[in-house]
Design a protein around this ligand. Structure first.
Ligand SMILES: Cc1cc2nc3c(=O)[nH]c(=O)nc-3n(C[C@H](O)[C@H](O)[C@H](O)COP(=O)(O)O)c2cc1C
Length: 246
């Protein structure tokens, strides 16, 4: 369950609990790193803001917190699973990511007490469905309701689509569906990490341009940070822009 933002004090007391479902107040960051050219204008910027060099140093003061999960923002994906008897379920997962380009590999970390856990264990399969502004409600709902009590597909009127390499269904409304087969389960502690090979990827045609390029940004992807869901506002550059000749 995603919690509200917590004070620094609360964070220090509670940081042993799971960060994927308890918010923690972010340490305010001081700004964007500038390119070498832009750095020259720092003094003028400071003057304009009525700051001196000492103020600038104070801006970078940090608090040291106990070890905890602080890599944010993260994706909040909808993971679809199917058990041996053919029952489907959806679980929201924030502890997920890419771990290898070739072979393409991804992971999800799931607590053994989740209803979905035994389903993944049984079949060794799951699908990662990326989330969008339109799917934000579903992402939250599937992260607070259990498949033990309800059929999340039915409750949310989501479209079940057949996958090609695994038995778990795809979510039709998701712009990207990633079919995965588990290669290893690492029992890390609170969470068990399912390392998996990507077996197939489905891309929604609505976001392909005339040249066949995929524009995920048009699907309005969302991220999860310290207990809140956010949209992405604007592109800041393209890959390699920092070294590209103008
Ligand atoms: C934004 C968000 C992220 C979450 N991330 C994870 C996660 O990475 N791993 C996990 O085990 N549970 C995570 N949860 C909690 C589960 O999604 C939640 O307990 C869900 O109800 C389990 O569903 P199930 O019982 O049908 O499997 C998350 C919840 C939310 C709202």
């Amino acid at each position: 369950m995603p919690g509200n933002r917590k004070s620094a004090g609360n964070q220090q007391r509670n940081n042993r609990s799971s960060a994927e479902n308890r918010g923690a107040k972010a340490v305010k960051n001081s700004g964007i790193h500038r390119s070498p050219k832009q750095k020259g204008s720092n003094r003028n910027n400071l003057k304009q803001k009525g700051l001196n060099r000492k103020d600038l140093k104070q801006k970078h003061f940090k608090q040291e917190w106990k070890p905890g999960n602080m890599v944010y923002p993260v994706p909040a994906v909808l993971v679809t699973v199917r058990d041996r008897a053919g029952n489907d379920n959806i679980i929201t997962v924030a502890w997920t990511g890419t771990v290898c380009t070739n072979p393409p590999m991804a992971y999800i970390s799931v607590r053994p007490e989740r209803y979905s856990y035994h389903m993944i264990k049984e079949t060794g399969e799951f699908v990662i469905n990326l989330t969008t502004r339109e799917l934000a409600f579903a992402a939250d709902y599937c992260g607070v309701k259990s498949g033990r009590e309800i059929d999340k597909f039915q409750e949310l009127h989501l479209t079940r689509q057949a996958a090609s390499k695994v038995l778990a269904p795809l979510i039709g409304e998701s712009p990207v569906n990633i079919e995965c087969k588990v290669t290893e389960c690492l029992e890390l502690g609170s969470h068990h990490m399912f390392l998996a090979e990507v077996k197939a990827v489905h891309i929604s045609e609505s976001y392909l341009d005339a040249k066949g390029a995929f524009h995920l940004e048009k699907a309005e992807p969302i991220v999860y940070s310290h207990g809140e869901y956010f949209g992405l506002s604007q592109a800041l550059g393209t890959f390699g822009y920092s070294i590209r000749k103008k």
